[in-house]
Design a protein. Structure first.
Length: 204
């Protein structure tokens, strides 16, 4: 298990440091450029409107319709994937969901970088795949992002949080409310804050 995202896996999304004012000595925020281009922000606002009016109000069984909407915004969603109406997808174009993968109501996928769900992976209610953070040691407080991979048949249980740069192995079970800050091995039960391996298991 790795201790967290490797440096070369982390993308620094604020690069115009010379044009971004740092905090003043009083501790107040200076003015800073957005981490994202105008085109990206317009795409996000378009998706927010589609989510609000065409995605969120749909009945639970309308998975095919929601898959279509996500694909229209660049998501790679395989047939049979179940993305429920109450799931929040920050950037569909950075989502890959394999056959039979499921994202439950209330789950949040924050994906400035690619987030990939293997076949039949399950993200339960209230879970958060947090694909970005901030460099709090820098005065510019830039946004950092790294991919997340959830292996096939893995289960991220309710209200668990998975940090950027983490890979959850195939068949791994992440217990409810856990905070995953490093890679978790395949076919294990993991839980805790921070998350750790409890035991290995095999499917019956």
């Amino acid at each position: 298990m790795s201790p967290g995202p490797e440096p070369d896996r982390v993308i620094r999304l604020v690069v115009d440091v010379d044009e971004a004012k740092a905090y003043g000595t009083s501790g107040r925020f200076g003015s800073r450029r957005s981490s994202f281009s105008l085109r990206h922000r317009l795409a996000r606002q378009s998706w927010n409107l589609v989510w609000l009016f065409l995605f969120r109000p749909t009945p639970r069984p309308f998975h095919a319709w929601r898959r279509l909407l996500l694909r229209c915004f660049g998501a790679q969603v395989a047939p049979g994937a179940r993305i429920y109406a109450g799931a929040r997808i920050w950037a569909p174009w950075n989502l890959v969901a394999g056959r039979g993968a499921a994202i439950a109501d209330g789950a949040e996928v924050y994906n400035p970088c690619r987030i990939e769900l293997g076949e039949y992976a399950v993200i339960s209610q209230g879970a958060c795949l947090c694909g970005a953070g901030h460099d709090f040691e820098s005065w510019e407080f830039p946004l950092l992002s790294a991919p997340i991979v959830i292996g096939a048949h893995a289960w991220v249980a309710a209200r668990a949080i998975v940090r950027m740069g983490v890979t959850i192995g195939a068949g791994c079970v992440v217990g409810a409310g856990s905070v995953v800050t490093r890679d978790m091995p395949a076919w294990t039960v993991c839980a805790g804050v921070p998350c750790r391996v409890i035991r290995a298991y095999t499917k019956r």
